[in-house]
Design a protein around this ligand. Structure first.
Ligand code: SF4
Length: 413
């Protein structure tokens, strides 16, 4: 592979701080057949603390790392070290472990790098600037991507036929520009982006290309900010369907099934079914779902909470900008979805994050959010991002009812 152009996210720091969350939280760490064979050749025995019969779990066309009874990776030592890393070095680990929480997506002649905010260090913006870490990417990209990655086409902006990469990237650049505005809350910036993307769709402007495209898109972005100078005063009440969908989306993101949960599958299934019934009725109290999410009154979560702390706004800006800059919301990164539909899915995460942050705050006896609530909520949401099946028909129905806009506006905090 010749040296690619690497684009790292701007304004985001990250280094691994060895908290081991990723070795404990992820159920499915896929390994290739080659990685499986390599790990088997490493000769693990019970004397190393690893049961060779359980270190890799194989299913239909898929292998994954096994787990210890408490849900931790089979190779995680009690001290927090990875046994493979400690004994054979970093390069001996499966690619998924070497890459996490970075993600790499091809975009024509460039590689775009993003970050999973399920890693607590990403949410907390701890570590070295990512922009200074581009040199680490090519060796990982060589392992993660097919040789002919430059031939992977962009997804459509709205509908086929799609554009070429340089013209497609004009749309994501204007999206990033919209989200970068310094003097507006994240909820308003999302409304601006949703507004001008809908104008692109309505006016069939998704095929415009060349320098004219920048002129037209720039005018649409300016017009969106002028038409919506502030958040709607009452937030615009979402429909019953919209409110129900949001609660179910919250439930999907609040549950992180551990291996231990899965081992008692029927009890887990009943627990989640009972939780879904409560979330559908939304009267009375939430179930206690996991650490930090206690049984509290739905009414206490759904009342206004005041404005977000500035650091939480900064976190949300980083979160949504990193997703947009790395295209981790459409195309190959997101079930092949077009840019506009993928962005609507992404914007829906905003009300989910705020709802979860409020649940964390109420569980802690507060009626105001603090930064830590939003950091934790972003971590939970991004753990499920791109895995949760909140795609296509539900997003389209919500968009047709204008509920995505109203849910973002309503949960401005
Ligand atoms: S969750 Fe992040 S900081 Fe923690 S061990 Fe994994 S990569 Fe490192």
């Amino acid at each position: 592979m010749k040296s690619p152009i690497i684009e790292m996210p701007t304004g985001q720091n990250w280094s691994c701080h060895g908290c081991t969350d990723c070795c404990r939280g992820h159920l499915l760490v896929a390994v290739s057949a080659e990685e499986k064979a390599r790990i088997e050749r490493q000769g693990w025995t019970s004397a190393d603390g690893v049961d060779p019969a359980k270190m890799i779990v194989s299913g239909l066309n898929q292998h994954r790392l096994g787990h210890q009874p408490d849900g931790a990776c089979v190779f995680l030592e009690a001290s927090g070290r990875c046994r493979i890393h400690a004994k054979f070095g970093e390069a001996a680990k499966p690619l998924a472990c070497r890459l996490y929480p970075l993600v790499i997506y091809p975009a024509g002649k460039k590689l775009l790098v993003g970050l999973r905010f399920s890693c607590p260090s990403a949410g907390a913006n701890r570590g070295k600037p990512l922009a200074a870490q581009a040199a680490d990417i090519p060796p990982l990209a060589r392992l993660a991507l097919p040789e002919d990655w430059e031939k992977i086409p962009p997804p459509p902006v709205a509908a086929e036929p799609g554009l070429d990469w340089p013209d497609f990237l004009r749309y994501s650049r204007w999206l990033d520009f919209t989200l970068a505005a310094a003097d507006a809350p994240m909820s308003l910036k999302l409304l601006w982006a949703l507004h001008w993307l809908s104008a692109v769709e309505r006016g069939c402007l998704d095929q415009i290309a060349g320098e004219d495209a920048d002129e037209i898109l720039g005018a649409l972005v300016t017009s969106a900010a002028q038409k919506l100078p502030d958040l709607p005063a009452d937030g615009g009440k979402p429909s019953r369907f919209g409110r129900l969908f949001l609660r179910l989306l919250v439930l999907e993101h609040a549950q992180t099934a551990t291996v231990a949960d899965r081992d008692v599958r029927s009890a887990y299934r009943w627990k989640m079914l009972a939780a879904a019934c409560r979330f559908i009725s939304s009267s009375g109290r939430t179930p206690a779902l996991r650490e930090g999410l206690k049984s509290v009154k739905f009414a206490d979560i759904e009342k206004p909470f005041g404005t977000l702390p500035p650091a939480a706004e900064a976190l949300l800006t980083r979160y949504f900008r990193v997703k947009v800059q790395s295209l981790q919301f459409c195309g190959v990164a997101f079930h092949g979805r077009p840019l506009i539909e993928g962005f609507r899915n992404l914007a829906l995460l905003y009300p989910v994050i705020i709802w979860l942050a409020r649940w964390l705050a109420v569980s802690d006896g507060r009626d105001r959010l603090v930064d830590a609530d939003v950091v934790k909520a972003v971590t939970l949401v991004d753990y499920q991002f791109s895995y949760a099946p909140y795609l296509s028909w539900r997003t389209r129905l919500l968009h047709q009812r204008n509920d995505i806009v109203r849910l973002c506006g309503r949960h401005a905090c």
